[in-house]
Write a new protein. Structure first.
Length: 408
């Protein structure tokens, strides 16, 4: 069959996109994204979220994807198996695999707060599912999963037995997909003001309706444990503290003082409640509402010093186009952190910006130390928790990187 015949045959079966010559390499390597610049032609008039076959210029079949004419990522691969149909059974199979892979990941009594589905890494681009006790919080971030939302919701209830599902698709990435932001209950009960969870023997309140991300930073689970192990006897400064999870861990780890800073009065109030839930009364704990950049300068001007400083800022660079601006922000806070750190003290510093690589982040921190006149060593690298796995064919899933630096 000639090229035109192959394409015509595929078009008779379903809509298709044809890639430009030489642009099929990443698809063959099973990277799930196809950018608009790689697409030569679109056949069958597919609408946003609908399934298309992906073909080479000679009509060879490459994969099956969710199409989106409004996004720079024009298609996201569902499968590279030509026998696999994208239907209810497909989603049940993928969701079952994702949820099943989390079983045994954490101790049995400590597995009711975790990420059950992590988008591309679990073979379902754009879908996030987090569990908080008897609640699931979901994000539909792409046109493909938006198209299948009812199937996804029904399947989640079937597989988990959890009927309380709340949607938090109120994020900017929806706009890039041509989708409106959405938030609210999907099934089950009306969400309470807070959902209580337990993590590593500690208790936290999660605001699933209004909190950052889906309400809690599940990706920092192991890093909170590490802070707890390192905090004994130290004076700790926790910046961008949000609802105080690192604060609670530092207190429970034996810190003698913890000063926590965040710009949100609402988050600080929840942080106070989280500390009270865990009986954190043996340390000197203080809270400060304010812009962290300004507070760090105020502390420097007052000659304050600490033995551990935690810098866990929000995402400074949502896209690669914002990396330069983000780098300035990361350097600023880390420079001030080194100035406030006592010799022998630990700087626990993070970036959750996917556009900032580990190599770039390490260089930024190194430049910050140099400008602060400090000598320091990296003693540990920190990563996202294992319920946020990184598919080998999708390295972009590795967004959280952290360094534990010791000032000499």
């Amino acid at each position: 069959m000639n090229e035109a015949g192959k394409i015509s045959d595929t078009m008779n079966r379903m809509a298709a996109i044809v890639l430009k010559a030489g642009r099929e390499k990443s698809v063959k390597q099973h990277h799930p994204w196809i950018f608009s610049g790689a697409v030569a032609n679109v056949y069958g008039n597919p609408k946003a979220g609908e399934t298309v076959d992906v073909l080479t210029t000679n009509g060879s079949w490459l994969g099956r994807a969710a199409f989106n004419p409004f996004s720079n990522i024009r298609a996201r691969l569902w499968t590279w198996d030509e026998t696999e149909t994208i239907d209810t059974t497909f989603f049940k199979r993928r969701l079952s695999r994702a949820i099943g892979s989390r079983r045994g990941l954490y101790p049995e009594g400590d597995c009711l707060a975790l990420r059950l589905v992590y988008a591309e890494s679990d073979g379902i681009p754009g879908l996030i599912v987090d569990r908080y006790a008897d609640w699931l919080v979901v994000q539909f971030l792409t046109a493909g999963v938006e198209h299948w939302r009812d199937v996804v919701i029904d399947t989640l209830v079937e597989l988990t037995g959890i009927r309380n599902i709340y949607e938090r698709s109120d994020v900017d990435t929806r706009k890039l997909e041509g989708l409106k932001e959405r938030s609210g209950p999907l099934t089950g009960q009306v969400s309470p003001e807070f959902v209580g969870i337990e993590e590593n023997g500690l208790h936290f309140l999660v605001d699933v309706r209004h909190g950052q991300k889906t309400g809690f930073y599940l990706d920092q689970r192991l890093n909170r444990q590490r802070v707890r192990a390192l905090a004994s006897g130290r004076r700790v400064l926790n910046c961008f503290c949000y609802t105080g999870a690192f604060t609670v861990c530092a207190v429970k780890g034996g810190a003698v003082l913890v000063h926590s800073v965040d710009s949100s009065a609402e988050a600080l109030e929840i942080a106070r409640q989280n500390l009270a839930l865990n009986g954190g009364l043996n340390s000197q704990v203080s809270w400060q509402e304010g812009d962290v950049f300004q507070v760090l300068r105020q502390l420097r001007d007052r000659n304050e010093t600490f033995d551990m400083i935690i810098l866990d800022p929000p995402k400074f660079a949502p896209t690669t186009s914002q990396v330069e601006k983000a780098a300035r922000g990361y350097k600023d806070i880390n420079l001030l952190g080194f100035k406030l750190l006592n010799p022998g003290g630990l700087l626990v510093t993070f970036s959750c910006s996917g556009g900032v690589s580990l190599e770039l982040f390490q260089k930024i921190v190194a430049d910050a130390a140099l400008d602060a006149g400090a000598s320091a060593q990296i003693v540990e690298h920190l990563w996202q928790a294992p319920d946020h796995p990184v598919a080998l064919n999708f390295p972009e899933a590795a967004y959280l990187k952290g360094l534990v630096c010791r000032k000499l």
